[in-house]
Design a protein around this ligand. Sequence first.
Ligand SMILES: Cc1ncc(COP(=O)(O)O)c(C=O)c1O
Length: 474
Amino acid sequence: MDVFETAYRRAAVYRSGVANRQVRSQRSYCEMQTQFAAPLPETGSPDCAVIDELADIGEPGLMQITHPRFFGWVMGASSAVSVAADWLASAWGQNAAMHASSPTAAVVEETAAGWLLDILDLPREAAVGFVSGATIGSFTALAAARGALLRQQGWDCEAQGLFGAPEIHVFVGDDVHTSVLSALRYLGFGDQRIIRVETDMQGKMSASDLSRQCASCCGPKLIIAQAGQINTGAFDPFSKLADIARNNGAWLHVDGAFGLWARADPNLRSLTEGIELADSWVVDGHKWLQVPFDSGYAIVRDADALRKAMTISASYLPLQEQGDRAPSYLVPELSRRARGLPTWAALKSLGRSGVIEMVSRHCALARQIAQDADATPGIQVMNDVVLNQVILRFGEDQDGPDKRKAFATAVIDLLVQEGTIFVSGAAWRGERVMRISVISGETTMKDASIATDAIRRAWERVSASPPLNLAAAQ
Ligand SMILES: Cc1ncc(COP(=O)(O)O)c(C=O)c1O
């Protein structure tokens, strides 16, 4: 069992020192390719040496996603307790496919599913599938939607497939997350058939445009809304969208990969008003709940529709009649890890109050970063900071978009290189912006002020000696 101790030691040393490291990885992808380039070993190696070698060679290429000043993309930091539970899930070697293959995994999932519905205050009768993330969560929930909508038309999609089926009209906001489009593609809804609905400057779907576009289509309809736009954190107007869905007999799905957690916090809950009227939702554990990757939840009000879309059964698999919640009837996979364990541990460790404290702290820090950045000449906050996302523009109106783009790129590069914080970029409303996502469990006010100081310093340097590529941009 020395190998477990070796892994534990390496992990503990890494995690306890992570906050003192530069946030960016020390080696690039190409450098790591050279490090790991080796032919298949003809003979084996001792287990502890294998783990030590993996850690020795691998650590310099690690991005410090668990660092409290990692603000890149939208990624949670994985809390120690949920990592430990994840280790148990692997060490116990449980297959969460069936009640019979692991009673513990099945029941822990069931308990965690109930806790998720409670804290997110979603219909308690909904089924919860433990999936690998929001992309597959949307795939799973939308498969249930597709089956249910076609059944209403007298078409059994699970038996007959899609060829010759009535057309389902799919509506998404113009600022939909790209993963939803992937999920739709996997389900046979081609990109070009999807109907895009106007959004406002924050990326919020226009209810009036949705209503108008729904009125011009006959047949089954699927509307996909979002809680937490990837750049701005904006929430769609769910109550209005739910009315439109009801009037059109449509299925309403919500991508709430990170934003759905706002519902847990009484001070943010109003952002999600009406969301409970939807038919399905997706939310990640590996973002705001700080569960290790891969963890997402596909939540579907009509449990039977989800079961019809997902059930895997065969004579060699024991029927799962003990209670309603058969794990492999709710997700695309058969064999899989006991994903419920780290979720259970995260919720047990934080409790409702811990989740509320974390979500509200992150949102307060995002507001503070935005306020400080906005007070700096030449930096402009581009979004209403309603959640944990802040996007910044660098440069004045008279500089023009190309020059501002070069400024933003240079500031982001400088910050990443310096390594005090990690931020990423995006295109938003014709601008190149810096994205700051506050979602790492242990981020504090001190980290927020270190971040704003670093951003200010980087901007001062870039504006004092403009980047070389600025000439090309002018
Ligand atoms: C709004 C939104 N939806 C979906 C996704 C995809 O989630 P995952 O990477 O867990 O599949 C993300 C990821 O950042 C997201 O922010």
